[in-house]
Design a protein around this ligand. Structure first.
Ligand code: SF4
Ligand code: SF4
Length: 116
C-alpha cells in the first residue's frame, strides 16, 4: 500500500462503481470511530456489530470487516451495492485517490479526470 501521488498532477480518479474492490479478498480494517459510525447507521449496539460483522486482523492489530467465504466483503450486496456506503471506512472511501497499491489500475475501473 502506498500513498497516492496523483494530487501533484491534479488528477482525480473517478470511481465507476464496478465493485471490484469489494470483491477481491483481503482485509478492510476498521477503527473504533468507524465501527461506532457503522453500528449507529445500522441502528445496532456496537458490541453486536463487532460480533456479527468483524474479525480480528491477521496481524492481531485491530479488526477488519468480515469476509464472505468467496472473499467478498460482508456488506457487498449483488455486484456492486455497498450496504453501508454512506459510512464506509477509510480503506473504501480513500481508494484509489488517497491510498492505492502497485498495479492497482489493473483491478480498478476508476477513470482519471483532470482537476482544474
Ligand atoms: S464496506 Fe462497502 S465499499 Fe467497503 S469493501 Fe465493503 S461493500 Fe465495498
Ligand atoms: S475497483 Fe475502483 S472503480 Fe471499482 S468500485 Fe472500487 S474504486 Fe470504484
Amino acid at each position: 500500500m502506498s500513498e497516492g501521488t496523483d494530487n501533484e498532477e491534479k488528477i482525480h480518479y473517478q470511481c465507476q462503481r464496478c465493485g471490484n474492490c469489494c470483491r477481491w479478498p483481503g482485509e478492510v480494517p476498521v477503527d473504533d470511530a468507524e465501527m461506532q459510525k457503522i453500528a449507529d447507521y445500522l441502528k445496532m449496539p456496537l458490541y453486536d456489530f463487532v460480533a456479527e460483522y468483524t474479525d480480528l486482523r491477521l496481524n492481531r492489530g485491530g479488526l477488519t470487516l468480515t469476509e464472505k467465504p468467496n472473499g467478498e466483503c460482508i456488506f457487498l450486496e449483488g455486484k456492486n451495492h455497498c450496504q453501508i456506503n454512506d459510512v464506509k471506512p477509510y480503506q473504501c472511501s480513500g481508494f484509489p485517490n488517497r491510498w492505492n497499491f502497485e498495479g492497482w489500475q489493473k483491478a480498478c475501473e476508476a477513470i482519471p479526470v483532470k482537476i482544474e
